[in-house]
Write a protein that binds this ligand. Structure first.
Ligand SMILES: Cc1cc2nc3c(=O)[nH]c(=O)nc-3n(C[C@H](O)[C@H](O)[C@H](O)COP(=O)(O)OP(=O)(O)OC[C@H]3O[C@@H](n4cnc5c(N)ncnc54)[C@H](O)[C@@H]3O)c2cc1C
Length: 541
C-alpha cells in the first residue's frame, strides 16, 4: 500500500545504517526526533464535502487526505506535522472516458474545480488545493491505465494515461517492447503526469525525452475533446501537443496517449568512472558530450555527492574497501564519480565503451565496470525511500534543478551551492549540499542540487527554513538566466518565477490559450500562473 504521508510503499524500508546517520549528524548536527501526526488526527480535520453525493466520486475522508498533497517539502511538512488545512471535496477515479466527460459536465454546471491527478508525485505543488473558495474534485486517473492499442510494426502504443511506470513496462515487455522513460519516481508516476509536467527520464538519450515520445492523444477539456493525432512529424502549423506538454492540468484531462516505444534492447549496462577531481571529470564529460558518444545515461557527481552517495549507501564494508582501493590509485578526497549507461546492440556497446574509456583515460579517469553501475541500477527507484529515514531522524531533504550553458554551469553550481550553504546562517544551521550534472545537451547541462537541513518540532519554523533556502537558490538561478525548472515543472512553488522567463506577453498568451479550453477557470487553478494576477511585477519585458 502507498504511504499517506511520505514516499513509497508501506512494505519497503530503506536500510539506513548507523554510520550513515553519523555521517549526516557530523555535517549538520544532531537531528531531533519529532513524532508524525497520525492519520486519525488528520482525518478529524477533514471538513464536510461541499459536493453533492454522486456515484462517480467519493467524499470519503481518507481518500481526500490521501489525495491532498504531493511530494514537495511544503507537502511533507503539511502531512507529517499534520498542519494540512485544505482538502479536496471529493475524489473520482474514472475507469472510462464517458465518466470523465460526465464529471466535466457536472463541474461546469455546479462550478467546482477539477485537479487531474496521476501518481501525486509532484515536487512543486502541482496537485494541491490552493484556494478553498470553491469546491474541488481530484480526478485520479489511476483506474484508466490499460494498454489500448499496440502497433508492433510502427513501434507505437496507446495507453490509458493513468498507467504507472512499472505497469506500463510490464504490459510492453510481454510484447518485446519497452517505453524507457525512467524518472526516479517511476514506481508511482504516470504517463499522463509525465506529459502534463514535461518530466525527464534518466535514459532519455536512448529512449527519448517525453516530448519526443508523446505522439498524440485525447484531452478532455471543459469546452470539448481535443484529439491530437499521432503524426510522426507534421509541418501543418503549430503543434498542439506542445501545449498539452507542461499543461499541468490547466487545459484539461489527458485520458489516452500514444507514444513511441522501443524493442527491448539486446544490451544494457551501467558503469562508473572515477576522476581525481571535478575539473578532470567536467572536462571529460564535456568532451564525451561534444563527441556525441552513444550513451543512454550520463551524469557527473561532484565530490560531496560522490562521498554522500557512498556514505549513505548503507554498505559500509564495500565502501571502505572501495575507498582504500581508490586512494591507492590516487583518487582521494577530491574524487568525483561519473555514472553512465550504454543501451543498444552488443557490438555498438563495445564500441561506445571503448570510446568512453579512451576519453576518460586522457583525464585520468578509472573505469569501474562491474559493481558501482550495477548498484546504481538496482537502487535507482529505492533511493527516494531514504528521505523517509532522514525525516524520521530529524532531517529534511529537498532537490532543485535547472539547466545552464557549458560556459556558465560550473560557476552557477558554486553560486547556488553557496546560497544554500549560507541560507540558514542567521540560525547557525549547517547544511549538506551536493550536486550532479544530470542531463547533457551539446549546448549545456542540467544542474541537480540536493540539500539537507535540520527540521525542528515547529512546522512553521521548518517551513520557513525551506522557504528561505528555496528562495535563495531560485534567485541565483533566475539571476543567471537559468530556467526555474529543467524537469520538475512549475506548479505553485515555481509560479512566481515563471513570468521572468516567459515575459508579460508570453504569460498572457499562455493564459489566453488555456482559457480557450477552460473559460470558467475550472481546471487546476493556481498552477503555472495565479488567476487574476497580471504578472507585471515580475516581468522581464
Ligand atoms: C522521489 C521523486 C523522484 C522524482 N524524479 C523525477 C525525475 O527523475 N524526473 C522528473 O521529471 N520528475 C521527477 N519527479 C517529479 C514527478 O515525479 C514528475 O513531475 C512526474 O511527471 C509527475 O507524475 P505524476 O503522475 O505523479 O503526476 P502528478 O504529480 O499527479 O501531477 C503532476 C501534474 O500533472 C497533471 N496531470 C497528471 N495527470 C494528468 C492527466 N492525465 N491529464 C492532465 N493533467 C495531468 C496534474 O494536474 C499536475 O499538474 C520526482 C518526484 C519524486 C517524488
Amino acid at each position: 500500500m502507498k504511504r499517506w504521508n511520505g514516499w513509497g510503499r508501506t512494505d519497503y524500508e530503506y536500510h539506513f545504517a548507523d554510520s550513515s546517520k553519523a555521517f549526516v549528524e557530523k555535517n549538520v548536527g544532531k537531528g531531533e526526533i519529532i513524532p508524525d501526526a497520525t492519520l486519525e488526527s488528520v482525518l478529524k480535520k477533514v471538513p464536510k464535502s461541499r459536493l453533492p453525493d454522486h456515484a462517480l466520486y467519493t467524499s470519503d475522508a481518507e481518500s481526500r487526505v490521501r489525495h491532498a498533497r504531493g511530494q514537495s517539502s511544503p507537502d511533507w511538512i503539511a502531512m507529517r506535522y499534520g498542519t494540512v488545512d485544505h482538502f479536496p471535496d471529493a475524489v473520482a477515479m474514472p475507469a472510462q472516458k464517458e465518466d470523465i466527460e460526465t464529471i466535466l459536465n457536472l463541474a461546469k454546471k455546479e462550478h467546482f474545480n477539477i485537479i487531474p491527478y496521476g501518481g501525486g508525485t509532484s515536487v512543486v505543488g502541482h496537485i494541491n488545493v490552493e484556494n478553498n473558495d470553491s469546491p474541488t474534485l481530484i480526478m485520479d486517473l489511476s483506474a484508466y491505465n490499460r494498454l489500448l492499442h499496440l502497433d508492433e510494426i510502427s513501434n507505437t502504443a496507446t495507453f490509458g494515461a493513468g498507467v504507472r511506470g512499472p505497469d506500463m513496462e510490464d504490459a510492453l515487455k510481454r510484447h518485446g517492447f519497452r517505453f524507457g522513460h525512467y524518472p526516479q519516481s517511476h514506481e508511482f508516476s504516470t504517463l499522463g503526469g509525465w506529459i502534463a509536467s514535461r518530466s525527464v527520464g534518466t535514459q532519455c538519450y536512448y529512449y527519448g525525452r517525453i516530448e519526443q515520445l508523446f505522439l498524440g492523444g485525447l484531452m478532455h477539456t471543459p469546452q470539448g475533446n481535443l484529439e491530437m493525432l499521432p503524426f510522426s512529424a507534421s509541418a501543418a502549423g503549430p503543434d498542439l501537443r506542445q501545449f498539452a506538454l507542461g499543461s499541468e492540468g490547466r487545459m484539461g484531462i489527458i485520458s489516452e496517449a500514444t507514444v513511441r516505444i522501443s524493442p527491448i534492447p539486446e544490451f544494457e549496462h551501467f558503469y562508473a568512472i572515477f576522476y581525481p577531481d571535478w575539473a578532470s571529470g567536467f572536462a571529460a564529460l564535456h568532451e564525451m558530450v561534444q563527441s556525441r558518444l552513444d550513451v543512454s545515461m550520463l551524469r557527473l557527481l561532484d565530490k560531496f555527492e560522490t562521498e554522500t552517495t557512498l556514505q549513505l549507501s548503507g554498505k559500509d564494508k564495500l565502501v571502505n574497501l572501495a575507498d582504500k582501493g581508490l586512494r591507492l590509485i590516487g583518487m582521494g578526497e577530491e574524487r568525483c564519480m561519473m555514472l553512465f549507461g550504454i543501451t543498444g546492440t552488443s557490438a555498438g556497446a563495445r564500441a561506445t565503451l571503448h570510446q568512453m574509456q579512451h576519453v576518460a583515460h586522457r583525464y585520468h579517469g578509472f573505469l569501474e565496470k562491474s559493481f558501482v553501475g550495477k548498484m546504481w541500477f538496482a537502487s535507482r527507484f529505492t533511493t527516494p525511500y531514504l528521505r523517509n529515514n532522514l525525516w524520521e531522524c530529524g532531517f529534511a531533504m529537498d532537490t532543485l534543478e535547472s539547466v545552464f550553458p557549458w560556459s556558465k554551469i560550473a560557476a552557477v553550481k558554486d553560486e547556488v551551492e553557496t546560497a544554500l550553504f549560507n541560507g540558514l546562517q542567521d540560525e547557525n544551521e549547517r547544511l549538506i549540499v551536493f550536486s550532479h550534472l544530470s542531463h547533457m545537451y551539446t549546448d549545456g547541462a542540467s544542474l541537480y542540487v540536493t540539500y539537507l537541513f535540520r527540521r525542528t518540532a515547529d512546522a512553521d519554523q521548518t517551513l520557513a527554513r525551506w522557504k528561505k533556502l528555496k528562495k535563495a537558490a531560485s534567485e541565483v538561478i533566475v539571476k543567471n538566466h537559468g530556467t526555474i525548472s529543467h524537469q520538475h515543472g512549475v506548479g505553485m512553488d515555481h509560479r512566481p518565477y515563471l513570468p521572468l522567463e516567459k515575459g508579460v506577453l508570453g504569460m498572457q498568451s499562455i493564459r489566453n490559450f488555456y482559457s480557450t479550453f477552460d473559460p470558467q477557470g475550472l481546471m487546476n487553478p493556481g498552477k503555472l500562473y495565479k488567476d487574476g494576477d497580471n504578472d507585471s511585477r515580475k516581468s522581464n519585458s
